[in-house]
Write a protein that binds this ligand. Structure first.
Ligand SMILES: [Cu+2]
Length: 168
């Protein structure tokens, strides 16, 4: 019985050590349906969305994004204050172990600030995603149709363009 207990405790120590050191490899992550909302005339900013799946037993986190299409790129979420949707910058977007995070209108998004040229429907935009473990990957985002104010139809959700939200 003593020997059995020793084996158990050795196993527990081994697990704790690997949990502290392990970071999910980029190969454990998959990137689904990356898309960017097309720009309406005069729009200075844009938002990108995708689903990140994590097949690792360790959590991951998206910490920054690079693209030459904007002056600056931030990670944002949407919070509601007094019924008004407002954007907030976040330092990272967590991807749970054996789970996924969905960047979508009304929630987490990649914020392209100061567009160098408008996002045109049908374009493919290479975007570099950087993770907390120091690994990066390039994902190609497809540009979908823009949402015009008042004409959003089924796509309408109040976050088609950040400039437009203020006038609503
Ligand atoms: Cu935003």
């Amino acid at each position: 019985m003593k020997r059995f207990v020793n084996l158990i405790s050795a196993f527990a120590v081994g697990c704790a050590a690997s949990a502290a050191l392990a970071q999910p490899n980029i190969d454990d992550l998959s990137f689904n349906d990356p898309w960017i909302r097309g720009s309406v005339p005069g729009q200075k900013n844009g938002a990108g969305y995708l689903v990140i799946d994590n097949q690792s037993s360790q959590p991951a986190a998206l910490v920054s994004v690079n693209s030459d299409r904007a002056d600056r790129i931030e990670l944002h979420t949407i919070v509601r204050e007094d019924g008004v949707a407002k954007m907030r910058e976040v330092q990272e977007i967590p991807v749970p172990a054996n789970g996924s995070v969905t960047l979508q209108p009304g929630g987490y998004h990649v914020m392209f600030i100061g567009l160098k040229q408008p996002f045109k429907e049908g374009e493919s935009i290479p975007v570099k995603l950087n993770f907390a473990n120091g690994q990066s990957t390039e994902v190609t985002f497809s540009v979908k149709a823009p949402t015009y104010m008042g004409g959003g139809g089924m796509q309408g959700h109040g976050h088609g363009g950040h400039g437009m939200m203020k006038t609503n």
